[in-house]
Design a binder for this molecule. Structure first.
Ligand SMILES: [Ca+2]
Ligand SMILES: [Ca+2]
Length: 255
């Protein structure tokens, strides 16, 4: 009976010990639970600071507003228009300068051609384009006739005669059309005739129209100086405004 009681006491002691271990386990579980709570508290506290970053991303996510897109498109269009306008203006200017130079070169070339011819020798005869007198101080618009002295045969003067006259280039000389497409209005041309002597009633040995379109020719005699001016016309390529270019060249006669 005592042995049994002792065994029962021992069992009770083990039960008590087990209960104690269970309590300890419960205590550790509680402690772990508190730690978890503390961790949970910390974790819950974190979003209070870190949530602000996702908050900013959430604000940027919707992208540009319609107004912003329209404003950007307007600004871009304005820039493109300005660029095209500047480039176009540059092209107009370049084309205008190029054609202006071309007209000036052609008209100056003709004036120089007449001038150089007169410089070739001493003049024995100087008249206008019709063969009429060309007095000092006078201006002729129909042309000029000049005979250059190349030598003498007894009392006779030798030398070729040149005549430059302003003639119609084609049938309609007032329509302002560039018919031959060389950028110059073709209404008038310079006709060059050449005779081996002073007999301008005879057939010339040379009769041609010089390759330039003119509006007018003007030659003024001032002493032994001839002031030659030729005028060419053309339309501006872009705005179609009629433009006139005048080239002047002076030649001093040897006599
Ligand atoms: Ca014409
Ligand atoms: Ca022409």
């Amino acid at each position: 009976m005592n042995a049994h009681a002792t065994t029962t006491d021992a069992r009770a002691t083990r039960t008590a010990a087990y209960a104690t271990r269970t309590d300890a386990l419960a205590t550790r579980t509680d402690a772990r639970a508190r730690t978890t709570d503390a961790h949970a508290t910390t974790t819950r506290d974190l979003p209070a600071t870190t949530m602000r970053t996702p908050g900013l991303a959430a604000e940027a996510a919707p992208g540009f507003t319609l107004l912003e897109v329209m404003l950007s498109a307007f600004i871009l269009s304005a820039i493109i228009l300005m660029t095209v306008s500047i480039l176009n203006g540059g092209n107009k200017l370049l084309l205008s300068v190029s054609l202006n130079s071309e007209a000036e070169v052609k008209s100056a070339d003709l004036a120089d051609q007449i001038a150089k011819r007169m410089l070739n020798g001493v003049v024995s005869t100087l008249r206008d384009g019709t063969g009429a007198a060309f007095a000092d101080g006078a201006t002729t618009t129909n042309g000029v006739t000049i005979r250059l002295i190349s030598g003498y045969q007894g009392a006779a003067v030798l030398g070729e005669t040149y005549r430059y006259t302003l003639v119609d280039q084609e049938s309609n000389t007032s329509d302002g059309i560039d018919n031959d497409g060389n950028n110059l209005i073709d209404e008038k041309k310079i006709r060059l005739q050449r005779w081996p002597d002073g007999n301008t009633a005879a057939a010339p040995t040379q009769d041609q129209k010089l390759d330039i379109n003119l509006r007018s020719l003007s030659i003024t005699r001032a002493g032994n100086v001839l002031r030659i001016a030729v005028v060419v016309e053309r339309y501006e390529p872009i705005n179609r405004v009629l433009k006139s270019v005048t080239a002047r060249s002076n030649v001093t006669l040897k006599n």
